[in-house]
Design a protein around this ligand. Structure first.
Ligand code: PEP
Ligand code: MN
Length: 338
């Protein structure tokens, strides 16, 4: 249930609603908007309580039920777009934010070379996996802690925020020490223990869409992060499984306007994991910016042929620099910067 307070209400009136909700055993989340305060009343059985219970309280403007399974990620709860601050880089504003780097951190030379190059080309955030969720247990699993140390070094050297992935709730605290933003990957979108831990960390998070998940399931997973009081949530579209096998995953371009309509959260698109091939990445990236994505996450490797993983979909440094110029033109044409 969503309770919209009238403009200029007293603190006691907000508290009155909160206390009434708590008396039923419900949870409460407040959105202190610039215009008015909105209170989300959350619980499995809010449907059994009449809306009038809250509508009669002083200072209450209106009470509506959210019929969708996701509540805190919804536009009903928060009308204005959310901005996420990744150590000074604003995601969800006018600037289209590019996050770029290798699929996995492989060694110091590789990471430093790519970090310097993507920064030079205009990327705002350095990506690089230290813990890799691999389909096969025999594949390279990432440098783990040593990878996080290298990311911390790159962050220091290039004054650039870094985004590694966390795959296990026990790694969240360690990830927070080295990273500005944590990625929850497609395979973990519904790893609820992980989402809760990342939510508690209050660190900005990129929540990728599970490749067999609907937009509704994705936004409901985002509620796990938001429910812990972490409002620094960015969504990541990375393609879904369809019958089409000419690409690794089908990038669901329509999820961009759908998310913009249904949610206040910023949205980033990963064309690399969707495409699966470097030659397809630029077109998908440009389409995503044109369709309204707030950012792009791209895999770049100094020498894709030698990459330990995802080399086929990684751009070379020069291809990435060329793409950045093209993306700038698209961003400008829709009134955004990059
Ligand atoms: C990644 O970003 O390296 C990754 C594994 O992505 P996804 O979870 O989208 O497959
Ligand atoms: Mn990858």
């Amino acid at each position: 249930m969503i309770v919209e307070m009238e403009r200029g209400v007293e603190v006691q009136q907000v508290d009155g609603v909160v206390q009434r909700a708590k008396s039923f055993g419900f949870q409460v989340q407040l959105n202190m908007g610039t215009d008015k305060i909105v209170i989300a009343i959350l619980g499995g059985n809010t449907g059994q309580v009449p809306t009038d219970t809250f509508a009669v309280l002083p200072g209450v403007g209106s009470v509506t039920r959210i019929m969708k399974p996701y509540k805190l990620a919804s536009r009903e709860f928060k009308v204005e777009d959310s901005l996420v601050d990744v150590s000074g880089v604003q995601v969800g504003g006018k600037r289209v934010v590019v996050m770029a780097g290798p699929c996995a951190v492989e060694n110091e030379k590789q990471l430093m070379e790519v970090a310097g190059a993507v920064k030079e080309a205009g990327a705002a955030v350095l990506r690089g996996g230290a813990f890799k969720p691999r389909t096969s247990p025999f594949s390279f699993q990432g440098l783990e802690e040593a990878g996080l140390d290298l990311l911390a070094k790159a962050r220091e050297t290039f004054s650039m925020p870094v985004i590694p992935e966390v795959v296990d709730p026990h790694d969240v605290a360690r990830g927070v020490k080295s990273a500005d933003i944590l990625q929850v990957g497609a395979r973990n979108m519904q790893n609820f223990a992980l989402l809760t831990e990342v939510g508690k960390s209050k660190r900005p998070v990129l929540l990728k869409r599970g490749f067999s998940s609907t937009v509704t399931e994705w936004l409901t997973a985002a509620d796990y992060l938001l429910a812990e009081g972490n409002n620094q949530v960015i969504l990541g579209e990375r393609g879904i499984r369809t019958f089409e096998d000419s690409v690794r995953f089908s990038l669901d371009i329509s999820s961009i306007p759908v998310i913009k309509k249904s949610s206040h959260l910023p949205l980033i698109v990963d064309p690399s994991h969707a495409a699966g091939h470097y030659s397809l990445v630029p077109a998908i990236a440009k389409a995503a910016v044109a369709a309204g994505a707030d950012g792009i996450l791209i895999e770049v490797h100094p020498n894709p042929k030698e990459a330990l993983m995802d080399g086929l979909q990684s751009l070379t440094i020069s291809d990435f620099a060329r793409l950045m110029t093209e993306l700038k033109a698209i961003a400008r044409s829709i009134g955004r910067d990059l």
